[in-house]
Write a new protein. Sequence first.
Length: 307
Amino acid sequence: MENPEKPIGIFDSGLGGLTVARAIAAELPHEAITYLGDTKRCPYGPRDQAEVRLFVRQVGAWFRERDVKAVIVACNTATAAGLDVLQRSFDVPVLGVIDPGARAAVQATRSRRVGVLATRGTVGSGSYVRAIQALDAGVSVTQAPADVLVEIVEQELASGPHLHQDWMRDRAIFDTPAVNAVVRMAAAPLLGRGIDTVVLGCTHFPLLADEVRAALGDGVCLVSSAEEIASELRETLRRRGELASGESATRGTDGEPLYRFATTSDDITAFAVAGSFIFGHSLDSIEHVDLDGVEALPDVPRSDGRG
């Protein structure tokens, strides 16, 4: 059994995974969290799957050095490209965001027609289609690549005008004519198909949930993986007897802040401002990481023969 006071490792291609970190912090308030945003190499979506898999292996090596008790791949593209290699390389639970999102979609849909709004890499992998139809082969899935939405979120938040704001309480900051026009264009392939449930298949997209909902129209249920994976993680740790005690709710076991953050970005200040906006309070402990200098975990061939 792992030491329950060890941190949970969470990573994403950039800032979007902080939506998952926020949900985990809310669901598991006593848990230490170490978050890594590979912001310098964001977005992952347009990149080749083999390149993303390498990035995942580098991130995995970085987390191994930090002795985490669980790893959350809070990036749909990274989950599709490399979740399997981390699961074979770690002795601790490694969870991705695709399966929880797929389960929530299958449970929510009544028309049995589901849409997936995701990055090009996630769409191209077919991971959501497989995950959804493995649960219910009768559900039809329509996908729409929307990498441009990642760029909107990262660029808007990197500009830094939202210091001291909280996106859960001030969600209208993306509600502009320009952003709404782009969202409508991205969501257009999902319209007119009888779809009643849409998976936000990128951790950046919950920040644009209101705009996506407006584009899709009334009656469409939006599914985000953040709350689903937080629940799954809590149950996993409970069954393993590895939930942290309340004694560590404010400080880590070594006296350092409970939540630690790292970024590959050269601009830590911008990461701190944007990250605070998403996470809900200030990011007090941030370090710069150069993953290009990290020796990646050995690759492990996929058992499904896809790479």
